[in-house]
Design a protein around this ligand. Structure first.
Ligand code: 3HC
Ligand code: NAI
Length: 705
């Protein structure tokens, strides 16, 4: 075995007549300029090295290659370009074998497709996730993939962005075989030796023939385009991906590559690409709260949940799915049986859909224990309380937890609005208490607000973040206030929507405008889904302390008084005849709204969708600025992640703070000042917003601070 000098981030090593090139660029072997240069140089040198008969490409660490270096997007490109590196690999006169493990994504898969043969470890995950970043595979992926596996499979992988298993990749023909060896390098060498013995030479993917059945390919492309038209909500890159697939069918390989390049550059320049890349990094940044850098998480083996209602059951499912053991405590046997049934129901549904087998359900339920006595929680490492939203009830629960929990147990509340400091004060150990605010349905929604109270210790906070990691949630650190980050801001832009409704916009107009912006649902559809009774109870509770200077829109109360709580009662803002899941507009609701306008002495006026969104977003951004100024959110990006992962804000717009920067903060401030004369109490510009505009800065500058 001969050693060659390591080539920067690409190490060359000889194994007899096989050259092994190992990409070694932690953490994920992204294809930075150094890696591209190292690969290109090594491939070039190998061509004239008569001792080399085959080349194996492999990655050091946990992954083959996670793709292009996303941090380089938007900067001036450094040579060599990735498509050129791929072409050089494919043009090698000596067979190139890609030995794949871990993540083989984006440009990483494109490198593998440029190799002549592909072998994967069973655990490898292959994909072209560029679409999630507003891009398309720009290093030959749109041209080689359809030629290799056909248009239908190629469009599936490119448009979904999903990570396929090695098994699926083998079925498609994306890889040639799955390795028997446990290690990619050894598998690659063994495969190369076998190919050399057989006298196999280079086998360029550009010559692959899976597009030969032109009619089938065209049908797949047409079907993909039709599906985009019906499903796509304002996204730019998917239709460019379909255009590139069409070029693969219509054009010779080299012109297809040029078409792909042109389409890639269009995507690269689009604001959607910038927003989606912002979202990608923001989601990784929120996981790094100050406490996670300086404190160690406590152990997390046995978990407890108090309350088996909607949230308690969902939280238990999330924990069971993560392989943890859960004890659920309810008030009495009947409630406990309901709690257990809610957990089982989730799994039964998955079994019915074929997404979980009976053994999977049994294995999870074996880690579930129910109890009606708090003592069952005495050895839990972390307990999440999810009982009724009532401070006295919660304080009583925390007093009990204080009595039975072992020293060092983390005590968490799932409260939506209540003061975590006051809940902590019900115990003798406030340093162990924090908020873990899950979103409904808790086993599905990604967002987890980690609410740090005045006396919460750093290692309790670090434990909250560790739990989020285990549950595969997206954690965001929040401070204590009414509603934390998300619900506090939501209350304000919901109020803006209610004001518009009373002033003349119908709930259907508002929902349509919000959907037009890219949300999956409008606020009144969400209200109907969540159930109007919850908000009604909150409003009644707060009635006595409501600021009398704020306009109070009573429309929702009129609906609730009639028992119209939304989907579950068959009507709310919309009608849901015969258990329908999508609502239809209700003329009676419009009549109630009219009556309310008359009662309030308001002459209704029309609102364009554009004006609706200006007001909705100005209210959102302004309150977000207040939340930042008060230190409830650490950085603007934390707010973006809350709204992207918990409130349906369209990801391709990057979150409200990123969006506000794109629009321009001066413009948002001008909007607020324009609206203010009609309702000066509601439209008070945030001091932070004014400060940023006056100093010519944007929210992004605070992310970097
Ligand atoms: N470029 C630059 N940095 C990257 C990166 C990339 N492609 N992928 C991951 N990273 C960074 C992350 O930002 C993070 O950095 P940090 O530690 O400073 O926060 C670090 O690598 C580790 O990432 P994760 O925390 O996400 O690690 P996981 O182990 O959870 O996940 C992964 C690994 C599945 C590879 C995941 O990081 C991922 O999905 N990465 C993006 C993959 C992707 O989108 N590739 C396509 C890129 S576009 C492209 O290739 C264009 C081409 O067609 C021309
Ligand atoms: P729920 O009413 O469905 O469930 C509450 C459960 O707690 C009931 O099963 C009740 O029997 C049980 N319980 C009450 N007192 C108890 C006690 N002393 N000991 C043990 N169990 C007790 O309520 P839901 O919706 O699950 O909400 C629970 C908490 O989660 C509330 O604080 C709520 O604000 C919060 N939350 C709710 C969300 C939602 O969308 N429903 C979202 C995020 C947070």
């Amino acid at each position: 075995m001969a050693e060659h000098a390591p080539h920067g981030t690409v190490a060359s090593q000889r194994h007899d007549d096989i050259l092994v090139l190992t990409i070694d660029h932690p953490p994920v072997n992204a294809l930075s300029a150094d890696v591209r240069r190292g690969l290109a140089d090594a491939i070039c040198a190998a061509q004239s090295d008569s001792g080399v008969r085959a080349i194996v490409l492999t990655g050091a660490g946990r992954n083959f290659i996670a793709g292009a270096d996303i941090r380089e997007f938007g900067k001036s490109p450094q040579p060599p370009a990735l498509p050129d590196v791929c072409n050089a690999i494919e043009a090698s006169a000596k067979p190139v074998i890609a030995a794949l493990h871990g993540a083989v994504l984006g440009g990483g898969l494109e490198i593998a497709l440029s190799a002549h043969y592909r072998i994967a470890l069973a655990g490898a995950r292959l994909g072209l996730p560029e679409v999630n970043l507003g891009l398309l595979p720009g290093a030959g992926g749109t041209q080689r993939t359809p030629r290799l596996i056909g248009a239908a499979a190629a469009l599936d992988i490119m448009l979904s962005g999903r990570h396929a298993s090695a098994k699926e990749a083998l079925e498609w023909g994306l890889v040639d075989r799955i390795a028997a060896e446990p290690e990619a390098r050894a598998a690659g060498i063994a495969y190369a030796q076998e190919l050399l013995r057989q006298g196999a030479g280079p086998r360029p993917t550009r010559d692959a023939t899976a597009l030969q059945d032109r009619a089938a390919a065209q049908a797949a492309i047409d079907a993909a385009r039709a599906q985009l038209q019906s499903r796509q909500r304002g996204l730019f890159s998917p239709s460019r991906i379909v255009d590139a697939a069409q070029a693969a069918l219509d054009q010779p390989f080299d012109s297809g590559l040029q078409t792909e390049r042109a389409l890639f550059l269009q995507c690269l320049d689009s604001p959607q690409r910038a927003a989606l890349v912002h979202a990608f990094f923001a989601e990784r940044e929120t996981a790094k709260a100050p406490e996670t850098r300086h404190a160690q998480p406590r152990p997390l083996l046995r978990l407890g949940v108090v309350g088996g209602g909607t949230m308690g059951a969902g939280i238990a499912v999330a924990m069971l799915d993560a392989g943890l053991s859960v004890v659920m405590v309810e008030q009495h046997e009947e409630a406990l049986a309901r709690g257990r049934a809610r957990v089982e129901q989730v799994y039964d549904l998955l079994v019915a859909k074929g997404r979980l087998d009976a053994a999977g359900k049994a294995e999870r339920m074996a880690r579930y224990t129910g109890a009606t006595q708090y003592d069952a929680l005495s050895d839990a490492d972390l307990i999440v309380e999810a009982v009724f939203e009532d401070l006295d009830v919660k304080a009583a629960v925390f007093a009990e937890l204080d009595r039975i929990a072992k020293p060092g147990a983390v005590l968490a509340t799932n409260t939506s609005y209540l003061d975590v400091d006051r809940i902590a004060a019900a115990t003798s150990r406030p340093a162990d208490v924090l908020g873990l605010h899950f979103f409904s349905p808790a086993n599905i929604m990604k967002l987890l607000e980690i609410v740090v109270a005045g006396r919460t210790s750093p290692d309790a906070v670090a434990t909250g973040f560790e739990l989020a990691r285990r549950l595969r949630k997206t954690p965001v650190r929040a401070g204590v206030c009414d509603g934390f980050i998300g619900n506090r801001i939501l209350a304000v832009y919901r109020q803006a929507a209610d004001l518009m409704m009373e002033d003349g916009a119908s709930p259907y107009d508002i929902d349509a405008a919000v959907r037009g912006f890219g949300y999956p649902m409008g606020p009144y559809q969400v209200a109907d889904l969540a159930g109007g009774d919850i908000g009604w109870a909150t409003r009644k509770r707060r009635a006595a302390t409501r600021d009398p200077r704020l306009r109070y829109v009573q429309i929702a109360d009129r609906l609730c008084e009639r028992g119209w709580f939304g989907q579950k009662t068959g009507r709310g803002y919309y009608l849901y005849p015969d258990g329908a899941r999508t609502g239809t507009p209700d003329p009676e609701v419009l009549a109630i709204i009219d009556a309310e306008r008359q009662r309030a002495g308001i002459a209704p006026r029309p609102f364009s969708h554009e004006e609706i969104m200006r007001r909705y977003l100005a209210a959102m951004v302004n309150e977000a600025a207040n939340v930042l100024r008060e230190g409830i959110a650490l950085r603007p990006l934390d707010i973006d992640v809350v709204f992207l992962s918990g409130y349906g804000f369209p990801r391709y717009r990057g979150g409200p703070m990123h969006y506000a920067d794109q629009v321009g903060l001066a413009r948002i401030l001008a909007d607020i000042r324009e609206f203010a004369p009609q309702d000066p109490h509601f439209w008070q510009p945030s001091a932070l917003l004014i400060e940023l505009v006056e100093s010519g800065r944007d929210f992004a500058s605070l992310n970097r601070a």
